[in-house]
Structures are given as structure tokens and as C-alpha cells.
Design a protein around this ligand. Structure first.
Ligand code: AMP
Length: 217
């Protein structure tokens, strides 16, 4: 199965991805994770993109596209993949469409996470991420067993610098302006699955799995 997860920061894309990796063995392509790894490595590329990440604005398309298309050629993508955080603009969606046409691949589903901004801001500023395996926690309702330590791998949990309220508000503004138009784009292609992400991650997962089972993906 090839799917895209579209939704504002903190809507639960990462959590659903975790289930899809474990239960369906899909490759997970998170452009945000890829960029953060580059920044952490202090590579030349990492230095070029750091400013965008810290401000909560989008990395320019010309720095995004090759990274994604190279990643899609890796062998683990053959059995299917989740694109999490890509595409984020109509130009990226169109570039992806051309890539699929060239390579004879097609998308199966685009999951659209609907959620209200205030729920999101609260959720993101209390979110913590494992610095090693990227597992997602929340100090309010999904705390790790041991403070600041990942239950899965023992890695240290971090509060991402772009998960602070001022940056989160900027990321939401960018989402509404640049990424929301993708919803209509994929609805017109009959690929959209609307999920109510205000309900929490377990219900979102149940709704997603019930949809894909119905379609026999
Ligand atoms: P995320 O973890 O998906 O919220 O992404 C973190 C940050 O990485 C975003 O705020 C952007 O600065 C950058 N980023 C991630 N994916 C993309 C993309 N597809 N296009 C442009 N910038 C991106």
C-alpha cells in the first residue's frame, strides 16, 4: 500500500505511522525526520535547512524533492510506504504525481487528519519525541514509564524546538495557507479518506484500518 498522511503538525500522523510500520511493514518517509537528522549531523545541507525548521516555515521545494524521490527508490519502499509530511505544497504534489507517472506507481489512499487548532496547540506543546527512535509521547496523557526515557528503546526524550507555542502557531499558519489546498487536490482524484483526529489516536487507527480492509489493500 502507498499512502500519504496529510494534516497539521501534531494531528497524529506520526502515531498512525508507528502502527502502519509495525502492522503492515510499510516504509516510513517523514521529511521532517530526514531534515532533523541532517540538521543534527551538522552537514552542509543540514545548515542550509536549519533556519526553516527553527522558524516553522517550509524548506524550499528544490531542497525537498530530490531527497524524497531518492528515498522512494530504496528497496524497503517496494512493499509500500507512508509519506508523512510530504507533499506539503501543490507544487510538491504535482512533482510527486509526475514521479509516479514516470515510475508506473500509483497512490492508494491519502488520509486527511481533521482537527481543531486549539486542540493541536495544547497537544504539541506537551509532546515529547524520542531522540533515537522518534516514538511520540505526551506529558499530559501518554507519559513514558520513566521520566524523559523512551519505553521502546531507552533513548532520551526531547521537546522539539519547533514544538514551542510561537513556532507551533507559525507552523499552523503555514499549514492552512500552503498544505490545506492538497485536500481538494486529492479529493478530486478520489483518493481522500477523511479522519476525525479530535477523537484521539486509537479511534483514528481503527477508522483507518477499517477503511483499508474494506478496500483490500
Ligand atoms: P514535521 O516534522 O513534518 O512537522 O516537519 C518539521 C519541519 O520540517 C517543517 O516545519 C518544515 O520546516 C520542514 N519540512 C518537513 N517536510 C517538509 C516538506 N514536505 N516541505 C517543506 N518543508 C518541510
Amino acid at each position: 500500500m502507498r499512502c500519504i498522511l496529510v494534516g497539521p503538525p501534531g494531528c497524529g500522523k506520526g502515531t498512525l505511522s508507528g502502527s502502519l510500520i509495525k502492522e503492515l511493514g510499510l516504509a516510513h518517509i517523514s521529511t521532517g525526520d530526514i531534515f532533523r537528522a541532517h540538521r543534527a549531523s551538522q552537514s552542509e545541507f543540514g545548515k542550509r535547512i536549519a533556519m526553516y525548521l527553527d522558524k516553522g516555515s517550509l524548506v524550499p521545494d528544490e531542497l525537498v524533492l530530490d531527497i524524497v524521490f531518492d528515498r522512494l527508490e530504496q528497496p524497503d519502499c517496494e512493499k509500500g510506504f507512508i509519506l508523512d509530511g510530504f507533499p506539503r505544497t501543490l507544487a510538491q504534489a504535482e512533482a510527486l504525481q509526475s514521479y509516479f507517472e514516470k515510475t508506473g506507481k500509483a497512490l492508494d489512499v491519502v488520509a486527511n487528519f481533521n482537527i481543531t487548532d486549539d486542540v493541536l496547540v495544547q497537544r504539541i506543546i506537551t509532546r515529547r519525541i524520542c531522540s533515537k527512535c522518534n516514538a511520540v509521547y505526551n506529558v499530559s496523557y501518554h507519559a513514558p514509564k520513566q521520566e524523559n526515557i523512551c519505553d521502546e528503546c531507552g533513548g532520551e526524550l526531547i521537546h522539539r524546538r519547533d514544538d514551542h507555542e510561537d513556532v507551533v502557531r507559525e507552523r499552523l499558519k503555514v499549514y492552512h495557507a500552503s498544505t490545506e489546498p492538497l485536500i481538494d487536490y486529492y479529493r478530486k482524484k478520489n483518493l481522500l479518506l477523511d479522519l476525525n483526529a479530535d477523537q484521539g489516536s486509537e479511534q483514528v487507527k481503527a477508522d483507518f484500518f477499517s477503511y483499508i480492509r474494506g478496500k483490500n489493500f
